[in-house]
Design a protein around this ligand. Structure first.
Ligand SMILES: CC1(C)[C@H]2CC[C@]1(C)[C@H](OC(=O)c1ccc(O)cc1)C2
Length: 228
């Protein structure tokens, strides 16, 4: 790993750790009572704050702000749900001290979401947990997800691809260094990105089913996922 690559890892890790869901949101998760309505409202807060955190994190990805402005928006809209599932998987797979994991899991299960989404979602969380990713790997994998060139409406495909390749190169080297006994570890990480795309598809249906049951989203969530 070159000096530049080490600096890149540090910049991304600092940004990833600096932008976390605010305490007041996580505290609410532990306090509010359990009803499908209350759970949905809390998940709305969690999702909204995760999008805000994602936007701040993305601005700190070296090179992101030098991309075409419209492409920046296209990448954010295209990757928001995958980045959100990735970040919540990392939270849920860690056994949080305050029982936060169980509470969030319980609220997700009882929020009016249909069973057909719950199963794949928790299978994904389990498969992420089994990888025991380091912080750097989590931050880099999220960055790689955001810098996916083939999102809808991305114009300068090559510019995004070049940026993503830089990150893939760093992650590959990091995996070799941090998991020497597992030569296929890097490939397993990338395999999770494929699983994320399936969740992305389920998520669209999840939103639609909430919408048809007259659930209200926040303006930010409507904007990022083009929900009217
Ligand atoms: C953990 C998750 C990634 C999983 C369950 C909650 C999440 C934060 C996300 O919720 C929403 O997308 C969502 C969208 C709109 C809304 O009003 C509420 C939640 C899906």
């Amino acid at each position: 790993i070159t000096k530049e690559q080490r600096a890149l890892i540090k910049a991304i890790l600092d940004a990833y750790n600096r932008h976390q869901i605010p305490q007041d949101v996580t505290k609410k998760l532990l306090q509010e009572q359990y009803s499908a309505e209350e759970n949905f409202l809390l998940l709305t807060e969690v999702a909204t704050s995760q999008v805000q955190v994602l936007v701040e994190f993305t601005k700190n990805i070296p090179g992101f702000l030098s991309l075409d402005r419209e492409d920046q928006i296209a990448l954010l809209k295209g990757s928001a749900v995958e980045a959100m599932f990735l970040r919540s998987a990392q939270v849920l797979s860690k056994k949080m001290p305050s029982g936060y994991t169980e509470v969030l899991e319980e609220r997700i299960r009882k929020s009016g979401m249909s069973e057909e989404f719950i199963t794949p979602m928790f299978n994904f969380y389990k498969s992420i947990g089994e990888l025991h990713m380091t912080q750097e790997e989590q931050a880099l994998l999220t960055t790689i997800t955001i810098l996916t060139p083939d999102r809808p409406y991305v114009k300068s495909h090559e510019a995004v691809e070049r940026l993503q390749e830089t990150m893939l190169d760093v992650l590959r080297k990091l995996c070799v260094l941090q998991h020497p006994q597992e030569p296929q570890y890097f490939a397993r990480l990338l395999g999770r990105l494929t699983e994320l795309r399936t969740l992305h598809h389920y998520h669209v249906e999840m939103l639609t089913s909430w919408k048809t049951n007259d659930h209200k989203f926040t303006p930010l969530l409507c904007e990022i996922w083009d929900v009217q």
